[in-house]
Design a protein around this ligand. Sequence first.
Ligand code: SAH
Ligand code: SF4
Length: 377
Amino acid sequence: MNLVQGYGKVDSSSLEAESLKNIYSLSLAELQEICKKPYQAKQLYHWLYVCYEKEFAKMSNLPKDFREMLQLQYSAQNLNLLTQEVSRDGTRKYLFQTRDNHTFESVCIKMRDKKYDENGKVIQGEKYTFCISSQIGCKVGCAFCSTAKGGFVRDLTSGEIVEQVVNLKKYNNLAPEKRVNIVYMGMGEPLNNFDNLMHAIKILSALEGLSISPKRQTISTSGISPRIYDLGQQNLGVQLAISLHAVDDTLRSKLIPMNKTYNIQSVIDAVRAFPIDTRKRVMFEYLVIRDINDDLASAKKLLKLLDGIKAKVNLILFNPHSGTKFQRPEEAKVKAFADFLTNKGLLATIRESKGIDISAACGQLREKTKQSVSYET
Ligand code: SAH
Ligand code: SF4
């Protein structure tokens, strides 16, 4: 593990200027409203999302007075990178600080991918998945989650959600046309920040900008049933992941207290109403915790529960952190759980423990860094 601190700092004068608006919060149509000529909005979008340029002064084809207005009223540097951890497997975890001095995390997961050269020969490629935060802290308060420990601070703005993606592409030197996947599995409950998330998805998918298709964006939720219906009604084409973790309400309510309000059946009903792309499946995440939910009887119940749903199950090995009594399950038991489901025809995968040496689960870097990093404003 390699810990890098203070890389890519926002200059402090821009941090002080709290009144500056985040330029990444604006859709192309909204940018057009602040530009004198519509094509200037497209030029600005190009600088922000294709060149990853952060300084308005360097946007050379924009008129000088327009650049000056942008500089006075807007900023493209709203997140200060406090710490970066690099795992042996190439996973990178970033700790960002907001203008109002809160911290949250984003992760870049690099995986091997098959590619073909011009002669059709298989060559080694790489694919990238960004794990993006939607809130600072979380209100849901799951018993196993490190994010929950810090309580809830505030929603991230749509600009802060978008800026994470821009920064991760920039830091990893990814060409603008390099496709990336986004999973909203960082800190926070995305469906508790519904409007900002919808706006961010619109900006991230704009063809003139980052052009990340909603199909490549997965929203993971602890199961806020009414918001799952709302998300379905938006018909964006995004992928849905449900953090199920338990197959009976008693255990699920202990793990995810909100289950007392939105129980398993209400979540399943909402998923059944969700428009699923014909070639896709809803992902059910199942956090496997030793001696809590790792038995085959639970696997059997899970199979029954998901009957008739186009589902795939992703088994996540619990990642222990300080302040929890829960333990990582035995790998053989997780494999037996997965094999049982697969043999019965339900697609089940075991999530690779990417970045296991770098506080991999959400909220862990933030908790750790709270004790070791103090940042002066
Ligand atoms: N709030 C949303 C998205 C963020 S959490 C949700 O709960 O789905 C993203 C995933 O990280 C969830 O599936 C959650 O169960 C998992 N997670 C949380 N703490 C973990 C830990 N200690 N080990 C492994 N996965 C964890
Ligand atoms: Fe919130 Fe998800 Fe953590 Fe639960 S697992 S506390 S919903 S971030």
